[in-house]
Every structure is written in structure tokens, then in C-alpha cells.
Design a protein around this ligand. Structure first.
Ligand SMILES: Cc1cc2nc3c(=O)[nH]c(=O)nc-3n(C[C@H](O)[C@H](O)[C@H](O)COP(=O)(O)OP(=O)(O)OC[C@H]3O[C@@H](n4cnc5c(N)ncnc54)[C@H](O)[C@@H]3O)c2cc1C
Ligand SMILES: NC(=O)c1ccc[n+]([C@@H]2O[C@H](COP(=O)([O-])OP(=O)(O)OC[C@H]3O[C@@H](n4cnc5c(N)ncnc54)[C@H](O)[C@@H]3O)[C@@H](O)[C@H]2O)c1
Length: 506
């Protein structure tokens, strides 16, 4: 439907097209929001500059976890020699690259995702979207005026440090590292965070000589110091050189090799992977046109993901945690809140009202006795959730896995919490001993002694991310420690070490 106020651009007058919702950026968060709102019957335009699905399926979680699965298979096969006879293992990157190309990314083609969105009733526009005033989004020559909501889900891109010479070299980001078909003999990894450690271990297990150069005094610096120690030791056991507290001063490339100069010394490698964090690009989004400061690092949102009047944001862009599960969690809130907003605009009750009248002029949202149907989930009035990040889980999929939830010990102390710590080594648990755990796994609990609940926990081990789930429930639901102590923990599991750590709380 065409209509609305005409917009002048470079002398050309463009008639904006009126739609219900415009979603800019169809990564994990935006794709979910756009698809579910379209399924709910709204007239949704989804705008994506690159590939629908974003970083996670094409250059992030999924292909990197395929690499990790393959690398862990190699490591496990090597353990046959210690536990079960002998095995000769010959790593080959070809099946890994093929699987990523064919099974994960369809050779970096998003047609299936585009078709899926269109199949849900959405309208897809390829291009870079930019706000152009309240409710208005410009994509090239096209202008859309959103009747109800603009949702921004534009994610982050690699943050490349301003190191002398670096910008002039053909360094890799996660994109080239994920797309690699033929492994280099040597690799320098700048940044010992989640991406750096996961990929360093993978490549080392496939025979690449890897050096990780981390500026902070420990790798995985956002997690517990004990986690950093285990992760660094695990990588070293795989042959990775791990350098911490090293600040790169200059980078050069002589046509075949990279040299990173730091502190009077230097490191050389065939390739250089720069994974020093990621950054949102608010300056590209036209936020000034709606009165939002574009100079901020991330786009601040309230607990219902509102960024400004008529504008919601979702995912990495919000700075609440760069994880797919955060983007999905926030997407569910955005969907519920936008539908609530539409319901109110159509004269129905708001989320805090009673479910008596639903529907309205356009009748675009299907209603079921006062509830609105959105992509299989029903959003009843009174049920719009608000974001709660107290129990934010994260897992770094090194081997052993580093899982954590809530606050670290230091974060809890910084908040003035009366902290108690409980610790249990996995190797002294029955399962750890049986398993001959690679590296030292552990459980670390951070308790609020005054409240008698856990406010944080870390689970490191062969299944550290899976063991974490019980601890996430404990933090999320504030389960009293007295109750946690009187649960039954199956024998001999890895998670039984939680019981030992609970006994250790002091
Ligand atoms: C190597 C790697 C491994 C990871 N592993 C994990 C993991 O194991 N678990 C986990 O939870 N998370 C992981 N992550 C993080 C996860 O990928 C992100 O948190 C997630 O992709 C965020 O989703 P998003 O929708 O916010 O942003 P993105 O996925 O970044 O999507 C944003 C989209 O917006 C588009 N866009 C940007 N600007 C515009 C514009 N102006 N107009 C139109 N489109 C635009 C982009 O092209 C992109 O497609 C990993 C990330 C990396 C890099
Ligand atoms: N398993 C997962 O869930 C997973 C996996 C990968 C990525 N991610 C997400 O992606 C985000 C980005 O990952 P990342 O590894 O790029 O960032 P990160 O913030 O996790 O780690 C970046 C590291 O680079 C270091 N660094 C910064 N500048 C440096 C410099 N000049 N020289 C050397 N080191 C420097 C930092 O100290 C830090 O340790 C993560 O924070 C995480 O949210 C998640």
C-alpha cells in the first residue's frame, strides 16, 4: 500500500510505503522477530544487507561448532591410545570444510532462509536499511513508513584494533577463518577471547602451529581466573603457544607471512586471525533522525527492548551479551511487546489489562479469546515478559568446555554481596577420575550468603556446558542453597560435583 508523507532525497520525491512493521537486520534476532510477526498476520518488511540468518549460521556458532565437533573427534580418537588400545589418526580438513559449505551454509547462500521468511508472509528487501525519521526506514530508493514498529537487529562486526600497519595487511576475521578450505601451516591469533580460543584449539588439533596473543594478563578474561587457567593449559596441551599480557605494537606482511611486533620481540605466522571483540555500528543506522545518540557503543534498550518511541532493538546491538540465546530471548520479548502495542492501537486491552476486546480495524493479528497468536506461541494479555539477565548463561566450547552463569566472584564482590565460594575439582569426583578428564575441570559456586542463594556459577569440564543447566535453574529461580544441598545428584555423573561444591561453600 502506498501513501504517507512524501520524502525528498537528493531532489527525488519518494512516496513512502506504509506497512505495519519494518525489521532492519535479519540476523538471529531480527529474523525471529520478523518471521513471528509476519506469522501473526502483520504486514512485515524484513531488510537484510547480507545474508538472512546473520553471523551465527554462516560465520559463527554453527560452522564453528562443526569445526569443534570434528576437532574433538580427533582428540577423542587420540585418547584410544591411553584407554582402549591403539588408534592412528590422520586429520583432514577437507570433510570439515565440505560440511560447512554444504550442510551449514549452502555455500553462503541464504535463499532457503529468504524463502522461509516469505513463506511466513513476510516481505523481503535486500539492502542496507537506515532510519529516516520516526517510523521511517530508507533502503536505497525505497522508503517504508511503519505503522506500528521499527525493529533494529543489525548486530555487530569485528572490532579491529588500531595497531600500526594492521589495516594494510590481509588479516583474517572470523569470516575467512570459517570459510578456510586449506589450512595454513602457522597461524597467529590476536585475541584470546571466546572466538580466539575456540578456533585456536580447532586449528591446532588439525596440525596448524598456532600462537594466541592476548593483551590482557589472562585469556578468557571475562570469566573466572580458574577458567582462564584451565583453558590456557588445555590449549597448551594441544600445542598452542599462549602469550598473555602482550600488546601488539605493529603488524607487517611481506607478501607471504605476517609479523606481529610486541615488547621488543615478534611473532610470525602464515595467517593472522584478528578476534579482538566486536562492535555495533550505530552511526550507520540514522539514529540521529529519531533523536537517539549514535555515538554510543551499543543501543540501550529498556526491559521490553524499547530503544525509542516506536523503535525496538534486539540482539548483539543492545550490548546485553553477544550470544544467540540472548538474541532469541530478546526476540520473544519484542514479539510479545509489539503485538501488545498493536493490540492497544487497535483498541484492545494492553498487557496489564483484562482480555475482553481483541481485534480491531485492520484485524491483522489473529486473536484467540483475548490472546494473540504469534508464530506458534500465544501472547495473552498480562503476559508480556520483561528481560532479566541475572542468570545469563554462556559456554565457550573449548575442550574442556567453560560454562558460566550469572556473576563471577569478582563481580559479586564488586556489588557488595556477602560472598561465599564453593569449589570442587572434577578430577577428584568419581566420574572425573573414571573419565581421565582432559585438563582440570571444576565447579565453582558464587553464593550470596545473606540471601542463601547462588548468584553465579562456573562449570568447566568435558560436558561443562551441559552440566551448567542445573546451575542456570538454581540462579534463575533463586533456589535456596538449603534445597540444593538436599537434592539427589545421580552417581557417577559430572554434575554430581555440584553437590561437593555446595558442601564447600564458605
Ligand atoms: C565465530 C563466532 C562464534 C560464535 N559462537 C557462538 C555460540 O557458540 N553461541 C552463541 O550463543 N553465540 C555465538 N556467537 C555469537 C552469535 O553469532 C551472535 O550473538 C548472534 O549472531 C547475534 O545475532 P544478531 O541478530 O544480534 O546479529 P547478527 O547475527 O550479527 O545479524 C545482524 C544482521 O544485520 C545485518 N545488518 C547490519 N546492518 C544492517 C543494515 N543497516 N541494514 C540491513 N541489514 C543490516 C547484517 O548483515 C546481519 O545479517 C558466535 C559469534 C562468532 C563470530
Ligand atoms: N561459545 C560462544 O558462545 C561464543 C563463541 C564465540 C564468540 N562468542 C561471542 O562473540 C563475542 C566476540 O568474541 P571475541 O572473541 O571476538 O571477543 P571477546 O571480547 O570475547 O575477546 C576478545 C579478546 O581480545 C583481547 N584483545 C582486545 N584487543 C586486543 C589487542 N589489541 N591485542 C590482543 N588482544 C586483544 C581482549 O582482551 C579479549 O580477551 C564474544 O564476546 C561472545 O559474546 C560467543
Amino acid at each position: 500500500m502506498a501513501g504517507g508523507r512524501a520524502v525528498r532525497n537528493a531532489g527525488k520525491v519518494t512516496e513512502p510505503e506504509i506497512v505495519d512493521v519494518v525489521v532492519v537486520g535479519l540476523g538471529v534476532g531480527g529474523e525471529e522477530v520478523a518471521g513471528r510477526l509476519a506469522e501473526a498476520g502483520l504486514d512485515v518488511v524484513g531488510v537484510e544487507r547480507d545474508l538472512v540468518g546473520g553471523e551465527c549460521p554462516y560465520w559463527g556458532c554453527i560452522p564453528s561448532k562443526m569445526m569443534i565437533r570434528a576437532a574433538n573427534a580427533l582428540a577423542e580418537a587420540h585418547r584410544v591410545n591411553e584407554l582402549a588400545g591403539s588408534a592412528e589418526v590422520r586429520p583432514d580438513w577437507a570433510p570439515v570444510a565440505k560440511r560447512i559449505r554444504e550442510e551449514a551454509t549452502d555455500t553462503w547462500d541464504d535463499q532457503a532462509a529468504v524463502d522461509r521468511f516469505i513463506g511466513k508472509g513476510g516481505r523481503f528487501v535486500r539492502g542496507a536499511g537506515r532510519l529516516d525519521g520516526p517510523g521511517r526506514v530508507r533502503v536505497g530508493d525505497q522508503v517504508f513508513q511503519a505503522r506500528h514498529a521499527v525493529v533494529l537487529g543489525t548486530g555487530t562486526r569485528p572490532s579491529v584494533p588500531p595497531i600500526d600497519g594492521l589495516a594494510d595487511t590481509p588479516y583474517w576475521t572470523n569470516h575467512q577463518a570459517i570459510e578456510v578450505e586449506k589450512l595454513p601451516a602457522t597461524l597467529l591469533v590476536l585475541g584470546g577471547g571466546a572466538i580466539g580460543l575456540e578456533l585456536a584449539q580447532v586449528f591446532a588439533r588439525f596440525g596448524v602451529r598456532v600462537t594466541v596473543i592476548e593483551a590482557a594478563d589472562r585469556v578468557l578474561a571475562v570469566e573466572e581466573p580458574e577458567s582462564s587457567k584451565v583453558a590456557a593449559a588445555a590449549l597448551r596441551a594441544d600445542g598452542v603457544t599462549v602469550e598473555t599480557g602482550v600488546k601488539a605494537e605493529r603488524v607487517s606482511h611481506d607478501g607471504s607471512a605476517f609479523t606481529v611486533h610486541a615488547g621488543g620481540g615478534s611473532y610470525t605466522g602464515d595467517r593472522l586471525l584478528v578476534v579482538t571483540g566486536r562492535r555495533a555500528h550505530l552511526e550507520e543506522l540514522g539514529l540521529d533522525s529519531v533523536g537517539v545518540d549514535a555515538k554510543q557503543r551499543y543501543l540501550p534498550v529498556d526491559s521490553r527492548m524499547h530503544a525509542a518511541d516506536g523503535i525496538w532493538a534486539v540482539g548483539d546491538l543492545t550490548g546485553e551479551g553477544a550470544f544467540t540465546h540472548i538474541a532469541m530471548y530478546q526476540a520473544a520479548i519484542v514479539v510479545a511487546d509489539v503485538l501488545d502495542h498493536v493490540r492497544r492501537a487497535q483498541g484492545g486491552p494492553d498487557a496489564s489489562g483484562t482480555a475482553s476486546v481483541v481485534g480491531g480495524a485492520a484485524g491483522v493479528v489473529s486473536s484467540v479469546g483475548g490472546a494473540m497468536s504469534a508464530g506458534g506461541s500465544t501472547v495473552a494479555p498480562g503476559s508480556v515478559p520483561v528481560a532479566d539477565y541475572r542468570a545469563l548463561p554462556r559456554v565457550t566450547f573449548t575442550d574442556p568446555e567453560v560454562g558460566a552463569v550469572g556473576l563471577t566472584e569478582q563481580q559479586a564482590r564488586d556489588r557488595g554481596i556477602n560472598v561465599q565460594i564453593g569449589f570442587a575439582e572434577l578430577s577428584s569426583s568419581t566420574r572425573g577420575w573414571i573419565h581421565k578428564t582432559p585438563g582440570d575441570g571444576f565447579i565453582k559456586l558464587v553464593a550470596d550468603a545473606d540471601q542463601g542463594v547462588l548468584v553465579g556459577a562456573t562449570s568447566v569440564g568435558p560436558a561443562g556446558g551441559e552440566v551448567l543447566s542445573g546451575l542456570v535453574v538454581a540462579v534463575h529461580a533463586s533456589v535456596p542453597i538449603s534445597q540444593l544441598r538436599h537434592m539427589i545428584y545421580a552417581y557417577p555423573t559430572f554434575h554430581r560435583a555440584i553437590e561437593t561444591a555446595l558442601r564447600d561453600l564458605s
